[in-house]
Design a protein around this ligand. Structure first.
Ligand code: FES
Ligand SMILES: [Fe+2]
Length: 388
């Protein structure tokens, strides 16, 4: 029986994982994948990746950051200053934080609640609902100002499962439901993110290519070696089930307790207490299921160099189970993750980065069992190089 804290894992995944544990096998791709080392250092490649991201829906906020009409947050996304604003009708909109007069920022605060956004330079103001130009001081001293042309520039912004996404390409033919697809929807829904709270929210800027940070969080083999005295003891390495959901994908891995249960044939429980998972939300986010909370990672490449990124890590907990005890446990989980990430993962990724810069030749190899990493790099190659 699952406890009410637990999130069920698909029965076919559970049985496949148990089969792997009994036979000492894991899901395997047909072939290894090779990615040029230069892709981790090359400025032109980095520009192409950023241009690609600007064509895709990107995760920019969680609904709990803007629960009420008028709530807003300002974010810089790939160099674009955005205001994400909760509308009176409950929807969300994203505006470029740029005045249509002569380019000032119309909102200076990181977050707040406003009915209008006003530029401090010459006082032009804009409606939070729809971004229309509201008031122009000394308007008679301007020529006629075309209202429709003078709204805040808007980007498609949509919320699904409590995740707020912006599409900088304004592609009207693609909804967020299309982008996720039913399989990703089905994986996210049980976590009830729309009823969750952010318990941990941290950002780190590091001299590491963004893809190495993604790789490090997706990788299934390294915990046994790099975290041998920590998380490496709790999870089975090189045992996993990978599901491809279009460009996205999900790795399911076993905690060591599940191996014992699989081996002795005791009652099998496939919930999130025994099975860890990492859902990669292409291109730069992932959702890592822990027993009670869920971790979101979003990794942003720096605009001016291939060798730097900023990772934002957030822990979300369903509001109905969040009590003092769980909050304490979640903070403890963060301490463990922080220690592993800052002392073990990121120093290793930094060395890889330095090595790649010193020797940007040849390629890195993603083995047949490294399906989740390989899937991300295959998708990037498809989108950037038209690879098969
Ligand atoms: S630049 Fe915003 S009011 Fe002039
Ligand atoms: Fe790690």
């Amino acid at each position: 029986m699952n406890s009410n804290l637990d999130i069920e894992v698909d029965a076919d995944v559970v049985s496949q994982l148990i089969e792997h544990l009994r036979r000492d096998t894991t899901d395997l791709a047909a072939d290894d994948l090779f990615v040029p080392v230069s892709h981790f250092v090359d400025a032109q490649r980095a520009r192409a990746e950023i241009a690609l991201m600007k064509r895709l829906p990107l995760l920019v906020a969680h609904c709990s950051e803007l629960p009420s009409p008028g709530d807003f947050v300002t974010r810089e996304i790939l160099g674009l200053p955005l205001i994400i604003s909760r509308q009176s009708d409950g929807g969300v909109r994203a505006y470029l934080n740029m005045c249509r007069h002569r380019g000032g920022r119309v909102e200076q605060d990181a977050a707040g609640n406003k009915r209008v956004f006003m530029c401090r330079y010459h006082g032009w103001s804009y409606e939070r609902d729809g971004g229309g130009l509201r008031h122009v001081p000394y308007e008679t001293s301007f020529g006629s100002i075309e209202r429709e042309q003078s709204r805040l520039i808007a980007f498609r912004c949509e919320e699904r499962h409590g995740l707020v996404y912006v599409d900088l390409a304004n592609d009207a033919t693609r909804t967020l439901a299309d982008w996720f697809g039913p399989q990703v929807d089905a994986q996210i829904a049980p976590w009830r993110l729309q009823d969750s709270r952010i318990v941990i929210d941290k950002s780190f800027t590091m001299d590491i290519n963004w893809k190495l940070v993604m790789d490090g969080a997706i990788d299934i083999i390294h915990p046994r070696f790099l975290h041998q005295n920590g998380v490496g003891k709790l999870i089975e390495t090189n045992v996993g089930v990978f599901r491809e959901y279009g460009r996205h994908g999900k790795h399911f891995g076993a905690r060591t307790k599940l191996r014992t249960m699989a081996k002795d044939g005791s009652a099998l429980d496939g919930g999130s207490r025994y099975i860890g998972s990492n859902l990669v939300l292409y291109p730069n986010s992932m959702m890592i299921g822990a027993p009670e909370h869920v971790e979101f990672w979003t990794v942003w490449p720096a605009l001016d160099r291939a060798t730097r990124c900023t990772v934002q890590i957030r822990f979300l907990v369903r509001s109905d189970i969040l009590d003092e005890q769980i909050e304490k446990r979640v903070h403890k989980s963060w301490e463990i993750l922080e220690q592993a990430a800052t002392q073990e993962d990121w120093p290793m990724e930094r060395w890889i980065q330095q090595n790649a810069q010193a020797w940007p030749q040849g390629s890195f190899r993603y083995g047949r069992s490294e399906l989740a990493c390989a899937h991300l790099h295959r998708q990037l190659a498809r989108d950037l190089d038209g690879a098969a």
